[in-house]
Design a binder for this molecule. Structure first.
Ligand code: ZN
Length: 302
């Protein structure tokens, strides 16, 4: 028998969240304005509805294609989770990992790569929501941390595209430790005076929001993205109150000073590049000659 009883019933969950993923087929119906959009038109428009600017969820690879000028070099592609707790909920974690690999072709929920953004050599980490909700386990934490450390070694800025449901609870406390690990690496990046930009996309929640997603020198969100720590449903059921309209959406957070900018996906690359330049990043051609020169002249003067 339970010692405590909940006298009031929890409020009912709101209607099912609409899926925002681009479905297969020739035509796609926009969940926002209900218009039919030709699939190719949507692809050339970076997954943004041409009629109402609804941002569809896009994959991690599409993010890399969108931000980098051309090719990129991918790192730690083959890191995989060892399932340290041999965890099972409704199905074994091992099966979830396998399903994630089959659905995305990735070994875990993030791609870390270096390439040029408008000529600026940059380390970019892009999270994949289709892999267990983009959750942050040991592999995601390790890949991002190594990426940041590589950025420090190569003296390049870091950009992380966040798209995640938070920490991966199937890895228990180990997944929570990734928050501190990545934040520590970002502190070292900061000490090396290298810029870091966080791009928050729909959704960015849980431990990701509570660590690196909000630590950018600039935190840029896409329009109407869900950004928060606990989801709106959990908060509603805890405080038993209806939340205001647009709560935990980019525009609301911008108004409250939680993020710096809300930028349309089609403008994202230009904004990121100009922000990186503003923070002192230089293009590949300019970088090698600029840095060592003053050192040499100092060394040779008597
Ligand atoms: Zn639309």
């Amino acid at each position: 028998m339970a010692w405590f009883k909940k006298t009031r019933k929890p409020i009912a969950a709101p209607a099912k969240e609409k899926a925002s993923r681009v479905p297969e087929g020739l035509w796609v119906k926009c969940p926002d304005c209900s218009q039919a959009i030709y699939n190719k038109e949507l692809a050339t428009n970076l997954g943004v509805c041409p009629k109402c600017s609804h941002h569809f969820r896009i994959s991690a690879v599409e993010r890399l294609r969108m931000l980098f000028d051309g090719d990129w070099e991918e790192f730690d592609k083959d890191l995989t989770s060892t399932d340290p707790l041999k965890f099972t909920d409704t199905k074994p974690y091992g099966n979830r990992l396998k399903a994630g690999v089959e659905a995305t072709g990735l070994k875990d929920a993030v791609i870390v790569a270096s390439g040029a953004i408008d000529g600026i050599p940059t380390m970019l980490a892009s999270m994949e929501y289709a892999f267990i909700g983009g959750s942050m386990g040991v592999v995601v934490g390790e890949k991002i941390t190594r990426g940041i450390e590589r950025a420090i070694a190569r003296k390049m800025p870091s950009v992380i595209v966040c798209c995640s449901g938070g920490a991966r609870m199937m890895e228990g406390a180990l997944s929570l430790m990734q928050m501190a690990k990545i934040s520590g690496a970002l502190a070292r990046l900061d000490r090396a005076r290298l810029p870091y930009i966080s791009i928050l996309t729909d959704p960015t929640t849980g431990g990701v929001t509570a660590s690196f997603a909000m630590l950018g020198d600039l935190n840029i969100a896409e329009p109407k993205a869900l950004i928060g720590f606990a989801g709106p449903r959990v908060i509603e059921q805890t405080i038993r109150q209806k939340l205001p309209d647009g709560f935990q959406r980019s525009e609301f957070l911008l108004e409250k000073g939680m993020i710096d900018l809300v930028i349309d996906r089609r403008e994202m690359k230009a904004v990121v590049a100009s922000a990186l330049r503003f923070m002192g990043a230089t293009s590949a051609a300019a970088a090698p000659t600029a840095a060592p020169a003053p050192l040499q002249t100092q060394g040779t003067t008597p």
